[in-house]
Design a protein around this ligand. Sequence first.
Ligand code: FAD
Length: 116
Amino acid sequence: PMRPDCPLDKDQLGTSTWGLLHTMAAKYPVKPTKEDKEGMKQFFNLLGKFYPCEPCAHDLRNDLKDDPPRLNNQQEFSHWLCQLHNKVNLKLDKPEFDCSKVNERWRDGWLDGSCD
Ligand code: FAD
C-alpha cells in the first residue's frame, strides 16, 4: 500500500518520475529555442547520472547513447520519450504503450472526455 509519508520504493519512484518526464514533454515548446533544446539534452544526461536507482540509471545512460533525445518540437520529443519508456516496459515485461496516444494520455486527456 502507498504511504505518502514513507520513502519511495523503486516502482513509486519510477511512476512519479515518468509522470514528471511525460508532463515536461507535453509542455515542451512547439518551437523550442536552441537554449530549450540544449537545456533538455543536459537534463536527460544529468538524469542518467543522478537518477536514484543505479541499475536503472546505468541502462538509461546506454539508452540515451543509442537513441539521444529528439528535441525539435513537442510532438517529436513526446514520441521519443514514449519510445524510451517502452524500452523499459519491454525489459520489465510490461505492455507496450501505443505512442500515437501519448498526447491524449499526458497533454489533452482522452478523446472520450473521461479526464474532463
Ligand atoms: P509506469 O511504467 O511507471 O508507467 C506509469 C504510467 O505511464 C502508466 O500507467 C501508463 O499510463 C503510462 N505509460 C506506460 N508506458 C508509457 C509510454 N511508453 N509512454 C507514455 N506513457 C506510458 N524499473 C526497473 O525495475 N528497472 C529499470 O531499469 C528501470 N528503469 C527506469 C528508468 C527510468 C528513466 C524511469 C523513470 C523508471 C525506471 N524504472 C525501472 C521504473 C519502471 O519504469 C516503472 O516506473 C515501475 O516498474 C512502475 O511501473 P508501473 O506499472 O506503475 O507503470
